[in-house]
Ligand binder design. Structure first.
Ligand code: SF4
Length: 683
């Protein structure tokens, strides 16, 4: 019996799924979480595709996907496969198909798995929101059956696996007309194809529900699990990914939030991190995500096949929801995991559900506090004018341990300090005390005094929750010592909701990981997952601070941190941006590129970022091709899409605004478009 959408909300357990064989690789049914990526070369360039596939395999990819936009590329998969096998690489290959059933039917006879997109396998996207009658709708489903069944039969005959891969941005007009571009529409889109496959007794199926918005993606996977369980009494394995996640920290954080939130609840059998970077750079991020749930060191291991996926098993128990179980065994939660609503909290100054989540910078271990040290968290002091300038990503609070500042602070920054230090502070509105649970239970508080209490969600002392209900100017700073961290914190927050305790909560997450990537994954998963469920009125990230290693692959540094305070502060703002709870900068939705890409995506993305990264809240999509780009850029405000060699088409929403602009002036034209639509401000 599932708990809402997973095997357990309090104990780490993998979701039971069917076993699927992809060449010599088995996934689902409790097998280790598999790692995959996709080539970006032209599939007709056999040598380049083989070379890139080998780089991905050497980095640790257990499956490699290659685009097959037409029959020619599908046929060339045979040459690619033969060359790889001749060089001793038997890693399963996956053909990526959009729009061309003919190519799928060829590829299914050659490679170990084909991926079809139910949004465009049969339907051509016209962006026509036609109203379908029930009869018309069923006729369309019947048309899909006729077109899709031959592929199912070929896969069955050749032992080829299949992914039914739904994308939020490329749902068919038929699905859009009935469900809109919603998580439930995504689920129904896949279920139509899955029902046809099951009718043919074909079960070598993996499913995915990708979106560039981690919230939509997480809700869609949860709904899909629930739907499969309800309709079939079993689940097929799930491939997890956030599409068009972008590059750098952004791409890693968005991916870790979407993928990690689901993996924490045991959902997911294989993952891909889509970055606008070379595909082999995706693999270390995948490993950092997956190793949180396995016991082996994946940083050095290439062969992941025999890893024990039970690292979380044996975590300290988290109280189950026994009191919430109804007689039939279904679980009632005080929030809806399929639809976002922020936990309702009372305001303590500007900390509450009616404000954006606050960011706390941790300077508890800094030996000397100076005006310079605040630059890392968004405050720059100008000595000549005696004024502070404040960045878009400026922290709201700084924690200083037992220290006080000896200079005047910017007006928007408040200080949280240990209770004993606070006693000595002159300005008791600027400085606010923080208590441990013990100190708090012994303290004498004034009713109008704002304060903070740190609470281990795993060991909440009796009396703390009652006291904070009585002295309502308190904010809980919640961390956990449980290895199954997100579930432990979530359990406590659910408890607060059940008891109708409405004090604000700041989520505190500490990472002891060694590399920047590992820490990003840790913070993004453990804090991001909670923000997606509407928990958290603030974020407080901590680490050892002394030294975190920059991430390297093949001797090249791909993620670098120079200032730890700035790293933590930026990461906190990135997490809030990715969960769309606090927008502090421009958002980029950029595709990872593939064999269809019509321009240098990495270089162009960097150029567009440099020109537009001051446009707070504007969403800009940068997509490599016009075939899939417009559909997949989902909810972007503006789009920059390759429409031919050296040609770019610019979009506002889904509308074409400037067609086939020469690429050497396309970034300038994009800026003009932003100006014409009042989305531009001078930087
Ligand atoms: S949008 Fe990008 S990743 Fe998707 S098919 Fe086009 S070029 Fe490839």
């Amino acid at each position: 019996m599932l708990q809402q959408y997973c095997a357990s909300l309090t104990e780490y357990k993998r979701l039971p799924t069917r076993e699927v064989k992809i060449g010599n690789l088995v996934l689902g049914n409790g097998h280790p979480i598999r790692i995959q990526t996709m080539t970006t070369t032209d599939t007709m360039d056999t040598a380049a595709t083989v070379a890139q596939t080998i780089r991905c395999i050497e980095a640790g990819a257990e499956m490699v996907r290659i685009t097959a936009p037409s029959r020619n590329e599908a046929e060339n998969l045979l040459n690619i496969k033969n060359q790889l096998r001749a060089r001793g690489y038997d890693t399963p290959l996956i053909a990526d198909i959009h729009f061309t059933p003919n190519a799928a039917e060829i590829a299914a006879r050659i490679v170990e798995k084909v991926r079809v997109n139910p949004g465009n396998y049969v339907d051509k996207k016209k962006f026509d929101f036609i109203e379908y009658t029930d009869v018309e709708y069923l006729a369309e489903v019947e048309r899909i059956r006729e077109r899709f069944t031959p592929l199912v039969r070929i896969c069955k005959e050749y032992g080829t696996a299949m992914r039914i891969g739904t994308n939020h941005g490329s749902l068919s007009d038929r699905i859009m007309s009935r469900y809109g571009d919603t998580p439930i529409g995504m689920v129904e889109s896949a279920m139509e194809f899955l029902r046809i496959a099951r009718y043919e007794s074909y079960h070598q199926i993996v499913l995915s529900m990708k979106s560039s918005n981690p919230l939509v993606m997480v809700q869609a996977y949860r709904l899909l699990v629930q739907k499969m369980d309800e309709e079939f009494d079993e689940c097929y394995p799930l491939h997890l990914g956030v599409t068009e996640a972008g590059d750098g920290e952004d791409g890693r954080i968005k991916s870790a939030i979407g993928i990690g939130t689901l993996l924490e609840d045991g959902i997911g059998d294989t993952i891909r991190v889509s970055l606008t970077e070379d595909p082999e750079f995706e693999i270390p991020v995948c490993k950092d995500i997956v190793k949180r749930y396995s016991s082996a060191d994946l940083t050095t291991s290439k062969n992941l096949t025999n890893l024990n996926p039970s690292h979380r098993n044996g975590h300290e128990p988290i109280a189950d929801f026994v009191s919430r179980q109804l007689a039939v065994g279904s679980l009632q939660l005080p929030y809806n995991p399929f639809s976002y609503k922020r936990r309702d909290t009372l305001a303590v100054q500007h900390i509450s559900s009616h404000h954006v989540p606050v960011v706390v910078a941790d300077y508890g271990k800094q030996s000397k506090l100076s005006t310079r040290s605040l630059e890392a968290i968004g405050y720059t002091y100008n000595e000549a004018t005696d004024k502070w300038s404040i960045g878009d990503a400026a922290a709201d609070f700084v924690y200083t341990g037992n220290q006080l500042f000896d200079f005047a602070l910017p007006g928007t920054l408040q200080v949280i300090c240990d209770h004993a230090a606070w006693e000595n502070a002159e300005d008791k509105t600027k400085y606010l005390p923080i208590f441990t649970q013990d100190e708090y239970l012994k303290s004498n508080l004034l009713l109008d005094q704002q304060y903070f209490v740190t609470v281990d969600a795993n060991h909440v002392q009796d009396g703390v929750v009652d006291k904070i209900s009585f002295y309502p100017k308190g904010v809980l700073v919640v961390y956990t010592t449980n290895a199954h961290a997100m579930a432990s914190t979530r359990r406590f927050l659910i408890e607060l909701m059940e008891q109708q305790v409405k004090c604000p909560v700041i989520l505190q997450v500490e990472s002891h990981e060694h590399t920047v990537d590992e820490q990003l994954v840790h913070f993004a998963t453990e804090a991001g997952g909670l923000f997606l469920d509407g928990f958290g009125d603030g974020i407080w990230l901590k680490n050892d601070g002394a030294r975190i290693e920059n991430s390297k692959i093949s001797g090249r540094t791909y993620l670098e941190v120079k200032n730890n305070g700035q790293f933590l502060n930026n990461t906190a703002f990135y997490i809030l941006q990715a969960t769309r709870t606090r927008i502090s900068k421009t958002e980029y939705i950029s595709c990872p590129s593939c064999g269809r890409t019509l321009f240098d995506l990495q270089e162009t993305t960097a150029k567009i970022r440099a020109a537009t990264n001051h446009l707070k809240g504007v969403k800009i999509a940068i997509m490599g091709c016009i075939v899939n780009g417009p559909g997949e850029m989902a909810d972007a405000d503006f789009g920059y899409v390759g429409s031919g060699p050296g040609k770019i088409t610019l979009y506002k929403g889904k509308d074409v605004m400037k067609k086939n602009v020469p690429s050497d002036i396309a970034v300038d034209e994009l800026i003009n478009l932003l100006k014409e639509n009042e989305a531009w401000v001078e930087g």
